[in-house]
Design a protein around this ligand. Structure first.
Ligand SMILES: Cc1ncc(COP(=O)(O)O)c(C=O)c1O
Length: 383
C-alpha cells in the first residue's frame, strides 16, 4: 500500500541503522552476532517472578506520570548510595521508556531552532537526529583516537552564544572510554558562567573496569544544577527489551522535561516498574561490573594470538579491535566481509561519525555467554 499524496521526508538521509543491518546480515549468514549491544543471558528469575506477581495482582493500569512511587523512591536511594547526592523523588526523578526516550524528551524540551548542541564523535546514533528534529544544530568535536579522550581546549573554541547544550556519554559507546574527574572539572569550568545545559548519557554507569570509578555529573555540584542525567534499567538489569530507565534533573529542568514526557509516553510500564522496585530492595543488584569485566577479559583472552589489536575498554560492554594488520579495507566493507565470509558480526566504528573517519576499528559486544565468545574467538584467531 502507498500513501497517494506527497510526503516531504524530515529525514531524507536516514535509512535503517547499521545495527539492524548488521544483525540482519548476521542472521542471514548464521553468523555469531557481536554487533548489537544486548546480553544473551537471562534476566534474574526473582525479578521475572515479581513481574508475574504484579501482573497477576492487577497492577496493569497507568502508573503515575513521574513513575511508580515505590520505584522513584528506590531510585532516589540508589542515587544517594552510588552517586552520593539527593534528588527529590517527587520532582527531580522521572521514570522513562529507556534511556532513548529520556534523551529524546530532554532534547525536545530544551532545544529550539538554531540552538547549537556540542556532540562528541564517535557518538551514539540517537543524539543527532533528535537535535535536528527540533531545529538544533549539531556541532561536532572528535574524541582523540586511540584512547578517545576529550580535548577540552577544542571544546572551548566551539562554545559561543548559540551553544545551548553539551551531550556527554560516560562510560562511552562505542569506545569504552570513561571520563575522569579531571574531565568533569574542565567541563564545569567551561560552562559555569554560561547558560549551557548538559545532557549526560550514563546508561552504562554500573559497568566500569580496572578500578575506574564512574564519575557522574550528578556528583559535581556545578554540573548537577544544569544537567539531565540519563540511566537505563535495560543496561543495568540485562533487560534491554524492557525499555525502562530514568532521568534525573533539578526541579526547574525536570518541570520542562515532564511537559514533553507526559505527551511522549505519559507513563511507563506499571508492573515492570513495581517489580524493579521490589528487586532494588536487595543489596548489590547493580554491582554488575565484576561480571562484565570477567567477560571482557575472557573475550580478550580469546583473541590473544590473533592479528587484532585491542584498544583499551574501561567501561560499557564493548571492546574495540583494530584490524589494520589484517586488512586495509574500509571498516564497513571489512565488517560485512567478516560477517558473510567468516561468520562473526561486529559494528564498524566509522558509522558513529558525521564525516568519513576510518581508523580500521570494529566494535564487538562481549555481553554474551562464554560459549558464544569462545566461538567468536576461534574465528577471529584465524583471520
Ligand atoms: C550510549 C547509549 N545511550 C542510550 C542507549 C539507549 O538505552 P535504552 O536501551 O535504555 O533506551 C544506549 C543503548 O544501546 C546506548 O548505548
Amino acid at each position: 500500500m502507498q500513501f497517494p499524496g506527497s510526503i516531504s521526508s524530515k529525514f531524507p538521509q536516514l535509512g535503517t541503522t547499521i545495527f539492524t543491518k548488521m544483525s540482519a546480515l548476521a542472521q542471514q549468514h548464521n553468523a555469531i552476532n557481536l554487533s548489537q549491544g544486548f546480553p544473551d543471558f537471562p534476566v534474574n528469575q526473582y525479578l521475572i517472578d515479581r513481574v508475574h506477581a504484579h501482573m497477576s495482582n492487577g497492577s496493569n493500569q497507568y502508573a503515575p506520570m513521574g513513575g511508580a512511587p515505590t520505584l522513584v523512591h528506590a531510585i532516589a536511594k540508589k542515587v544517594r548510595t552510588y552517586l552520593g547526592v539527593d534528588y527529590n523523588p517527587a520532582t527531580e526523578i522521572t521514570v522513562t521508556a529507556g534511556g532513548t526516550q529520556a534523551l529524546a524528551s530532554a532534547i525536545a524540551a530544551t532545544i529550539r531552532e538554531g540552538d547549537e548542541v556540542i556532540i562528541f564523535t564517535p557518538a551514539y546514533d540517537s543524539y543527532v537526529p533528535v537535535v535536528e528534529l527540533h531545529g538544533g544544530i549539531p556541532v561536532y568535536v572528535k574524541l582523540k583516537h586511540p584512547d578517545y579522550h576529550i580535548d577540552w581546549d577544542e571544546v572551548k573554541v566551539m562554545i559561543n552564544r548559540k551553544t545551548r547544550m553539551i551531550i556527554i556519554n560516560t562510560p562511552h559507546n562505542p569506545t569504552g572510554a570513561v571520563l575522569a574527574q579531571a574531565d568533569l572539572i574542565q567541563l564545569a569550568k567551561l560552562v559555569e558562567k554560561s547558560n549551557i545545559l548538559i545532557l549526560s548519557d550514563e546508561v552504562y554507569e554500573h559497568i566500569t573496569f580496572d578500578q575506574n570509578p564512574h564519575y557522574s555529573v550528578a556528583s559535581h555540584p556545578i554540573l548537577a544544577e544544569r544537567s539531565f542525567v540519563v540511566s537505563s534499567f535495560g543496561k543495568s538489569l540485562h533487560a534491554t527489551g524492557w525499555k525502562l530507565g530514568y532521568i534525573l534533573a533539578p526541579e526547574n529542568l525536570m518541570t520542562e522535561f515532564r511537559k514533553v514526557h507526559q505527551y511522549d509516553v505519559f507513563s511507563c510500564n506499571a508492573p515492570l516498574q513495581l517489580a524493579i522496585a521490589d528487586f532494588m530492595q536487595h543489596e548489590g543488584v547493580f554491582d554488575i561490573a565484576p561480571m562484565y569485566q570477567q567477560k571482557r577479559d575472557f573475550f580478550l583472552a580469546q583473541i590473544e594470538g590473533s592479528k587484532f589489536k585491542p584498544l583499551k575498554s574501561s567501561g560499557t560492554y564493548f571492546q574495540l579491535l583494530d584490524y589494520s594488520v589484517i586488512s586495509q579495507e574500509g571498516d564497513v566493507a571489512f565488517a560485512e566481509r567478516m560477517t558473510t565470509e567468516f561468520g562473526v558480526a561486529a559494528i564498524p566504528v566509522s558509522v558513529f561519525y558525521n564525516t568519513p573517519t576510518d581508523h580500521k576499528v570494529l566494535r564487538f559486544c562481549f555481553a554474551k555467554q562464554e560459549e558464544t565468545l569462545a566461538k567468536a574467538g576461534e574465528v577471529l584467531r584465524k583471520l
